[in-house]
Design a protein around this ligand. Structure first.
Ligand code: CTP
Length: 401
C-alpha cells in the first residue's frame, strides 16, 4: 500500500551501528511510495558506504556542505525545501546534542537548523549513553522544540549489553512515519477494540469457531493508534502480529473476551466491537477427547454466550460504542435493526461473502442519519476512513477543544 505516496523524506544518518537498519529503511520507504534523499555525516560513512545508500535510494547521497553538485552551493537549503519531513535514523547521542544546541557544523546539522519541515529522530546508542543525564536533557529540549522522538527500543545491543537505546526496527520506523502524516482525530482518547473470532471448546482438541481473519479489527486498531489514541485490542486467535503501538490482550473464548473487555472498560472513551463472537458455547465441555462411537455422531448442547457489545452499550455513562454486522443478504435492513437492538450510535456493516479473508473491503456506516456507503478500498484505508467517521460523530463533549 502506497501510504507514503508523494512524500519526500530526507533521511539523515549519523554514526552508529544501527546504520545497517537504515539500508532496509530506505527500501521500505520507497516501497511505500516515498522519495528518499539520504544525507550522511562523516561518522555514518564509517558504518555503511554512501554507495550502498545511493544504490538503495536511487538518488545521489549528500555528505558535506561543500558539495559542488548543488549549483548554488546551498545543499542545506535545497534539500530541506520541498521535503515533507526529515528523519534522522540513526540519531547518535552526539548528533542529538548538536540538534538540542542548534549547532550547524556539518551538512546534516545545518540542514536541520535551516529546515522548514518537521523533524523526527530515531535515537540509537548504548543504554548508559541513553540514560545519561545530558542525553535525557537534550531529548527533553528537542521535544520542547517540537521534534518527534521515535523510540528508542529496548533489547540486546551491539556492545553486548541489554537495555534501552536500540534504534527502532526499519518496519517500526515506517509505521511511525506513516502515522506521523495521519490526522490526529482521536488524540488523547482511549479506544478498546475486539477483533478476530472466538473459539469455543468441545473437548481438549476440538473447537467451534467463526470465520474471521481479524484483519479489519487489527486495521482499526492501527488506524486508531495513528490517529493519536491509546489503543487496547482484545483479540481472539488470529495469525496476525500485534499492531505496533497497541496493547494486545489475547483470548480464546467469548467468556474470556467478555471478561477481558470488562476488565479494561473503565476509562475507555470508545468501544469498537469488531470480533466475530460465537453466540453459543458448548454446555458440557468434555474433559477428555471424545472418541468415535461407530457412526453415531456426538450430540452437543449449547448455552448462550454473553453479548459483549450489548453489555458495554448498557453501561451508564459508558464508552461511545460502535458495532459490526457481517451479513450475507439484506444488509441495510439487518444492520439497522441490529444497531437499534444493541442501542448503539453507529454500526458498520458489510456483506461477508465479498470480503472474507480479503485485503479489500466494502462497508456501510449506519447511524441515526441512515446508511453511508464507503468506497471499496484496502482494509487499512477503510479503517482510517472509519476512524475519521467515528471522530466526527463523537458527541461535542468528547470532541477535541
Ligand atoms: N457481539 C458481541 N458479543 C456477542 C455477539 C456479538 O459483542 N456475543 C458483537 C459483535 O462484535 C458485533 C455485533 O455484536 O459488533 C454483531 O451483532 P450480533 O447481533 O451478535 O450479530 P450476529 O451474531 O451476526 O447476529 P445475527 O445472528 O442475528 O445476525
Amino acid at each position: 500500500m502506497l501510504d507514503l505516496k508523494d512524500k519526500r523524506i530526507v533521511l539523515g544518518m549519523s554514526g552508529g551501528i544501527a546504520c545497517y537498519k537504515s539500508a532496509e529503511l530506505v527500501r521500505r520507504l520507497i516501497e511505500r511510495g516515498a522519495t528518499v534523499d539520504v544525507v550522511m555525516t562523516d561518522a555514518a560513512t564509517h558504518f555503511i558506504t554512501a554507495v550502498t545508500m545511493q544504490a538503495l535510494s536511487g538518488r545521489p547521497v549528500f555528505l558535506d556542505q561543500w558539495d559542488p553538485r548543488m549549483p548554488n552551493n546551498m545543499a542545506h537549503i535545497d534539500l530541506s525545501r520541498g521535503a515533507d519531513a526529515i528523519l534522522i535514523a540513526p540519531a547518535s547521542a552526539d548528533f542529538l546534542a548538536k540538534l538540542a544546541q542548534g549547532r550547524a557544523d556539518d551538512l546534516l546539522s545545518t540542514l536541520c537548523l535551516a529546515r522548514a519541515c518537521p523533524l523526527l529522530v530515531a535515537p540509537a546508542m548504548n543504554r548508559e549513553m541513553w540514560a545519561a543525564a545530558p542525553t535525557q536533557r537534550n531529548i527533553d529540549q528537542l521535544i520542547a522544540d517540537g521534534v518527534d522522538v521515535l523510540g528508542p527500543g529496548s533489547g540486546s545491543q551491539a556492545c553486548g549489553e541489554i537495555g534501552d537505546g536500540r534504534m527502532l526496527e526499519a518496519s517500526e520506523l515506517v509505521v511511525e512515519l506513516i502515522a506521523f502524516f495521519q490526522q490526529k482525530s482521536l488524540l488523547g482518547k482511549s479506544v478498546l477494540i475486539t477483533a478476530g473470532p472466538t473459539c469455543e471448546p468441545i473437548d481438549p482438541i476440538r473447537v467451534i469457531t467463526n470465520r474471521s481473519s481479524g484483519k479489519t479489527g487489527y486495521a482499526l486498531a492501527r488506524a486508531a493508534w495513528e490517529a493519536g489514541a491509546q489503543v487496547t485490542l482484545v483479540s481472539g486467535p488470529t495469525a496476525l502480529p500485534a499492531p505496533y503501538g497497541v496493547n494486545r490482550i489475547c483470548v480464546e473464548t467469548a467468556q474470556q473476551m467478555h471478561d477481558a473487555v470488562m476488565d479494561q472498560i473503565q476509562d475507555q472513551d470508545i468501544f469498537i466491537s469488531v470480533a466475530a463472537v460465537a453466540d453459543w458455547r458448548v454446555a458440557n465441555i468434555a474433559t477428555d477427547k471424545l472418541k468415535k462411537d461407530g457412526n453415531n455422531p456426538p450430540s452437543l448442547s449449547f448455552v448462550a454466550n454473553p453479548d459483549i457489545l450489548a453489555t458495554v452499550a448498557a453501561i451508564p455513562n459508558g464508552p461511545w460504542c460502535v458495532g459490526f454486522a457481517a451479513e450475507t443478504e439484506r444488509l441495510s435492513e439487518y444492520a439497522n435493526q441490529k444497531r437499534l437492538r444493541k442501542g448503539i450510535p453507529m454500526l458498520i456493516g458489510n456483506l461477508a461473502q465479498n470480503v472474507m479473508d480479503a485485503d479489500h473491503t466494502t462497508v456501510s456506516i449506519f447511524d441515526d442519519q441512515g446508511e453511508h456507503v464507503l468506497a471499496t478500498s484496502t482494509k487499512q484505508d477503510v479503517a482510517r476512513q472509519l476512524i475519521r467517521a467515528i471522530a466526527e460523530r463523537l458527541p461535542s463533549s468528547m470532541q477535541k477543544p
